[in-house]
Structures are given as C-alpha cells and as structure tokens.
Design a protein around this ligand. Structure first.
Ligand SMILES: *[C@@H]1O[C@H](CO)[C@@H](O)[C@H](O)[C@H]1NC(C)=O
Length: 154
C-alpha cells in the first residue's frame, strides 16, 4: 500500500518536471564531431578540458534555464552581437526553442539553427571558442566555424 502510493507520487513528479537537454555543437560528422557545450566565464564555449562546467538546459516555457553543479539559477541569453551568454538570476528570453520529434532535437534561436565560433582570434586553453548564434546575414569574424546544436533529452 505504501509502496503503491510512493510510485504514484514519483510518476506525478516526473510528469511535472520539464525535459532537460545536454547541448552539443555538431561540428564534424558522427559522434566524434559532437562537442559538448560548456560554461566558462560568462560564456558558452566548447573544447575545454579544464576550467569549465557542464550544464543541462531546461525550457520552462519562457526561460531556458541552465542547470550546472555549484551554480545558482542561470538562464541562457544572447548578447547584441549574437554571443551566447548566461544570466543569474534567470530572466525570460524569447526566441529559443527545441525543434524536432526525436530524442535529439535541433536547438534554435529566432528561427536560426546556425551557430558559429571564431578561430581567427587567439584560441587556446585560456581562450576557448565562444559560441555565437547567426541572426543576421553576417558573421562576427572572417573564418567562422559553422555548426548546429544538437539537444539530447536526458
Ligand atoms: C530575435 O527576434 C526578436 C523579435 O523579432 C528581435 O527583437 C531580436 O532583436 C532578435 N534577436 C537577435 C539577437 O537578432
């Protein structure tokens, strides 16, 4: 009897919780081309082996919450130049969505699925590639590395 009510409670809690996704830049073909996005400084980056935090993204309807160990509430935002940044405390941000029916969805902003990073700046352990979303008709650098972002439901 007790076990049964606990199961019902667990199921109800699961139904209420929003889906969480891990985000990966799909830079090359196959699984090896998937680079997990990371938190670093105030930016979203990829490719760091130290000095970063993994996170999950959750869409609560009007905010993309970022869940990362050791961080207070965070939300994803876009700077004027398209740079992906995060805010704390979380703030609503229109334009982000997860598209698709499968377990892996396409992440987009303002109907754009094209993201990029710049390699013609000094990229190294202290300057990881920063993720931008392409919103207009221009890139912020001459030689952008273009990619989409694959969101895998956890
Ligand atoms: C996204 O779309 C909104 C509404 O059309 C617009 O106000 C905003 O400037 C766009 N954001 C970027 C970074 O282009």
């Amino acid at each position: 009897m007790l076990f049964k009510s606990l199961s019902i409670l667990t199921a109800a809690t699961a139904a209420l919780a929003a889906d969480q996704y891990t985000l990966k830049a799909a830079i090359g073909p196959g699984a090896t081309g998937l680079k997990p996005l990371q938190l670093h400084g105030n930016n979203i980056v990829y490719g760091l082996t130290t000095g970063y935090s993994d996170f999950r993204a959750e869409d609560d309807g009007n905010t993309i919450k970022l869940i990362a160990q050791g961080f207070p509430g965070l939300s994803l935002d876009v700077a004027q130049d398209g740079e992906l940044i995060f805010k704390s405390p979380p703030e609503p941000k229109e334009g982000f969505s997860f598209k698709g029916d499968g377990l892996v969805k396409d992440f987009e902003f303002n109907d754009s699925q094209e993201f990029y990073s710049c390699i013609d700046e000094t990229v190294g352990p202290l300057h990881p590639p920063i993720v931008y979303v392409k919103t207009g008709d221009k890139y912020g650098c001459k030689n952008p590395v273009k990619f989409t972002i694959a969101a895998t439901k956890e």
